[in-house]
Design a binder for this molecule. Structure first.
Ligand code: MEV
Length: 317
């Protein structure tokens, strides 16, 4: 069996994080500048079922059987075996690398799972639809953070801008011209599972307040979708600001995120907000193409540990 390599991009949430867990819509786009990559190589000299997992970024170098059954990588492998009615993998080595920051709100977990499911399927000589990849990744995501909305696995599987609402058919968004973003990393690791579970606790004790903020986020997201589709990107600035204020009100922004959001606006960005789970991780700034360097520099000057510049290409449905 030849070695198989598959990769999957990161993602950013443009509008609607957290509210999307509670049934409101959200918009996300893939980030192709960062990738998770999975290589599966046969080990013909070993017995079937002997599977090595190497993931140097997270210091994993062990046999699959020695990983906890609850580990997302084990669950992803089980999903693949279940899909194809197979009991165990042929002897192989699975090598996982990623340039997507871990626990930074850029979808690193979902990207690893998507790449792993596709690589194992190809290694087994099985074809797998995008729909199956998306569903299996969602199952793994549930182990990661309890009540995911499903937006991360969707945007990363399809690698296209999506307008996503739980329980509704996936809507891909047509983008008439390029959108440019500078992504600024606070350098603070913040697992989405924790912010999602904290928001759940707060929602349980102050339901009416949270529902009201989620409604506002939902309305902002609907307006944003229309602006994105029509190409009126400058109108997105005030919507990003309004969405960021809502996220502050539900306690998922942080001092560091707020500083970077302000820095981006002061440097001339069209708009800026935190993105993803929050409390750390990354923020995004929407910019004109000729502003990327000045905004990126200003984020670094104000404490960002890294920046990523990404262009979301025009799409046709
Ligand atoms: C994570 O990228 C976005 C959240 O809304 C969680 C989710 O939708 O599953 C915070």
């Amino acid at each position: 069996m030849p070695a198989v390599t598959k990769s999957a991009p990161g993602k950013i949430i443009l509008f609607g994080e957290h509210a999307v867990v509670y049934g409101r819509p959200a918009i996300a786009v893939p980030v192709n500048q960062v990738k998770a990559r999975v290589i599966v190589m046969a080990n013909p000299e070993s017995d079937p079922g002997v599977v090595w997992v190497l993931a140097p970024d997270i210091e994993i170098n062990l046999l699959l059987n020695d990983l906890s059954r609850e580990h997302p990588l084990s669950i992803a492998v089980d999903q693949v075996l279940k899909s194809f009615g197979i009991k165990r993998l042929p002897a192989c080595t699975i090598k996982i690398t990623s340039t997507i920051p871990i626990a930074g709100g850029l979808g690193s977990g979902a990207a690893i799972t998507v790449a792993l499911i596709r690589a194992l399927s190809a290694f087994l000589g099985q074809s797998i639809s995008d729909e199956q990849v998306c569903e299996s990744t969602f199952e793994v995501e549930k182990y990661f953070h309890g009540s995911p909305s499903g937006i991360d696995n969707t945007v990363i599987t399809y690698e296209r801008p999506v307008y996503y609402q739980k329980g509704e058919p996936i809507e891909f968004i047509e983008i008439p011209k390029s959108l440019w973003f500078v992504i600024g990393d606070t350098g603070i690791s913040s697992p989405t599972s924790m912010t999602v579970s904290d928001v759940r606790k707060a929602w349980n004790s102050k339901t009416a307040y949270y529902e009201n903020v989620f409604d506002q986020i939902g309305e902002i997201t609907v307006q944003a979708k229309n602006k994105v589709k029509s190409g009126y990107f400058t109108d997105l600035g005030s919507l990003m600001e309004a969405n960021h204020i809502c996220l502050q009100r539900i306690g998922v922004s942080s001092k560091e995120l707020d500083i970077l959001v302000t820095a981006a606006i002061e440097a001339g960005a069209i708009g800026a907000k935190m993105s993803g789970g929050g409390r750390g991780g990354n923020m995004i700034a929407l910019v004109h193409a000729n502003q990327v360097s000045q905004v990126a520099q200003s984020l670094i000057d104000r404490g960002a540990t890294n920046t990523i510049i990404t262009e979301v290409y025009p799409t046709r449905i």
